[in-house]
Ligand binder design. Structure first.
Ligand code: MSP
Length: 659
């Protein structure tokens, strides 16, 4: 019998810059869906990759003085490393610069051309290079700006090949009507229908003023338009023209997961290309919302990008995955904030889940010498716990069917809280006082362990470390590795299993301390990692055994930090904070205010008059609502029990450089 199959794709990423947490959002979401499908017995194929041609890349490479291929190679290895770090379980990574892809794109172009759907003409209009999109004059925003990204477009006039999209408008509308689920969510579907109803124009699909692309098979003076090239990756990735059996197993794709700004390409251009080429259409395109910052969409030019690797270093992988999947309503925009991320860690992960595990394991150790007991006589609360477990799984399945990962997690957390309540209802510490109640105590602890096992299995699509940490503590790690979704049913835990040591799986984060250490709101200080660092990251991964090797910085890197001598003029506590001091300093001619997280170690008056060293070019930030322009350097012991500000052993004028 044929296995059920599931083919899911993410967009292929432009290797034009380092990816930020917003990019990671699409891929983490796709990863959770792919993992869920695999756990449900689907033969799943998850494709991601990079979109490497086009004007944007050609220009970036020119700016750097390298060939486009050299330029993309470096960033692609950075991207691959990012996915490795985020444990993205993709089955293949396609690069549009690969030979296999050239064949497919040229074949599709030729098929459409031979069908009579491509003609040569002259393109006169506007082009947005960051979006790689053609626009007509009437579509532009004020100042000839791109209606999608708002950046200036460029006027273009060149000989081009055109694809007769307009010919397919009625066929497209009929398809959408007959397949109401094709475009999700509903609001995006309506937007796309309106767009087509306003009149579909033929699409320019070649460039003659550009070299960095796949050559048009019938005219080597042209390269194929980057979106025509990029969309075809969904065919190349499953061996189109290479292995029919493989291709037919997965095509048509079950789900293209994309950000809302590229819905038009995926729901209009792509299906029409397939119609013309005589290939079946994908089953669903889901357009998710954006992860935005308080000051708008993340972008390098705004300097508000958040680096996922930096976040991972600070909070751990599962905390980020949980935040991305739980905090945002899938399909709508959501605002990123480090405060909200820390709150999720502290309340949902450390408090609700972490405490449940800790309390349970500690009680099994205390009352049953670490051996999971058998369930004995029932308590009044068992049935509700078991019914809620079953209902939770059913609700999660319903949510996953409509790709509402946030709702699925919300349901699971309701169950986690319900399980915590079961401890309060049954009061095991009181049962433990009466030897005659030991069998009932056994029931309570078995149920708690079993609920935790179910929670861990249900977490497997979303989190990639936690389920195994829970499995390890419950003494069932090998089982946890093989458990499938159906193993979320009640009663699979074997009594007699020995639990392991109870270590908190999510340490609480002290928000104030965190921001004080970071020197401001995280959004302000987060910087994307340089691609050059990738190689270091990748080799770090491969050389785990050498992990305590030092990482060096160059002298040039060190020189970027402007350190100066400053004299403390005034210092005072910040109201409502036990750790922060507001400090006024003199740096040469200048007076400055900064915030220092040293109130536990220095009384304000002890600091006044001291000559300290500050980071003079620290980006200004607001900490606890107080403006901070710089950072005082201090040394501290690993456990933070001792701290001393850096002073000088000779008296130098303030403003002197430290180097
Ligand atoms: N190369 C095209 C896709 C071609 S697919 C045939 C592209 N690449 S991209 O690198 O710009 O974007 C990749 C994905 O990241 C898109 O789905 C995009 O929506 C997503 N995101 C980029 N920034 C984002 C946020 N701030 N928030 C959520 N997703 C965002 O488009």
């Amino acid at each position: 019998m044929n296995k059920k199959t599931f083919y899911i794709t993410t967009p292929i990423y432009y290797p034009s810059d380092k990816l930020h947490i917003g990019h990671a959002y699409t891929t983490v979401a796709a990863d959770a869906i792919a993992r869920y499908k695999r756990m449900n017995g689907y033969d799943t194929f998850f494709l991601t990759g990079t979109d490497e041609h086009g004007q944007k890349i050609e220009r970036k490479a020119q700016e750097k003085g390298v060939t486009p291929k050299e330029y993309v190679d470096e960033i692609v290895s950075w991207i691959k490393n990012l996915w490795r770090e985020l444990k993205i379980s993709y089955d293949d990574f396609i690069r549009t610069t690969e030979e296999r892809h050239y064949k497919v794109v040229q074949h599709i172009f030729k098929t459409i051309y031979e069908k009579g759907d491509i003609y040569k003409s002259e393109y006169e209009g506007w082009y947005c290079t960051p979006c790689e999109t053609f626009w007509t004059e009437r579509q532009l925003e004020e100042g000839n700006c791109c209606p999608d990204c708002g950046r200036p477009t460029e006027k273009m006039k060149e000989e081009s090949y055109f694809f007769k999209m307009s010919k397919y408008a009625d066929q497209w509308l009929k398809f959408i009507e007959e397949n109401p689920d094709f475009i999700q969510p509903e609001t995006r579907r309506n937007e796309m229908i309106n767009f087509v109803k306003q009149g579909l124009e033929d699409l320019c699909i070649s460039r003659s003023s550009l070299k960095w692309g796949i050559p048009v098979p019938i005219d080597e003076d042209h390269v194929i338009y980057v979106w025509f090239d990029a969309l075809s990756n969904y065919l190349t990735g499953i061996k189109y023209l290479e292995d029919d059996e493989f291709f037919n197993k997965y095509w048509p794709a079950d789900l293209h997961l994309v950000g809302k700004e590229i819905m038009r390409f995926h729901t209009i251009q792509w299906p029409i290309m397939l119609m013309s080429a005589g290939l079946p259409l994908p089953k669903k395109v889901f357009g998710h919302g954006w992860l935005i910052m308080k000051d708008g969409k993340m972008s390098k030019s705004k300097g508000n990008v958040v680096d996922p690797l930096e976040l991972k270093k600070d909070f751990g992988l599962d905390a980020i995955r949980y935040y991305l999947l739980r905090e945002m309503t899938f399909g709508s925009d959501g605002t990123y904030s480090t405060e909200a991320l820390i709150q999720r860690i502290n309340s949902d992960l450390a408090n609700d889940l972490g405490n449940l595990l800790n309390r349970t394991i500690a009680m099994v150790r205390k009352y049953f010498n670490g051996v999971i007991p058998e369930a004995g006589p029932a308590t009044d609360f068992d049935e509700d716990l078991q019914v809620t477990a079953k209902r939770t799984i059913a609700k999660m399945e319903k949510s996953m069917d409509v790709l509402q990962m946030n709702v699925a997690l919300e349901e699971l957390w309701n169950f986690i809280r319900r399980t915590n309540k079961y401890i309060d209802e049954t009061c095991p510490w009181i049962l433990a006082k009466d030897e005659a109640k030991k069998p009932v105590l056994g029931t309570v602890l078995y149920n708690l362990c079993e609920a935790l096992r179910i929670i861990a299995v249900a977490l497997k699509p979303f989190l990639v470390e936690t389920p195994f940490k829970i499995g390890e503590q419950l003494g069932i790690l090998p089982d946890m590795e093989t458990y499938q979704w159906e193993d979320t049913r009640w009663g699979l835990l074997k009594p007699g299993t020995m639990v392991q040591g109870s270590k908190p799986i999510f340490p609480r984060i002290d928000m104030e301390e965190y921001f004080a250490k970071k020197g401001g709101a995280f959004e302000d200080v987060a910087n994307a990692v340089e691609p050059q660092k990738v190689k270091k990251e990748a080799s770090r991964e491969q050389n785990k055994d050498k992990k305590d090797q030092k990482e060096y910085i160059t002298f040039e890197e060190f020189q970027k930090i402007d350190l100066r001598v400053a004299k403390v003029l005034e210092a005072e506590r910040i109201e409502g904070s036990s750790k922060l001091l507001k400090v006024q300093v003199e740096v040469g001619e200048e007076k400055r205010q900064l915030v220092a997280g040293i109130a536990k170690y220095y009384k304000p008056e002890e600091l006044v008059g001291k000559k300290v060293v500050i980071v003079y070019n620290m980006k200004p930030a607001k900490i606890f609502g107080v403006e901070s322009n710089g950072m005082i350097l201090a040394a501290s012991t690993d456990d933070d029990s001792l701290l001393a500000v850096t002073t000088l052993d000779k008296d130098l004028p303030t403003g002197s450089k430290v180097r």
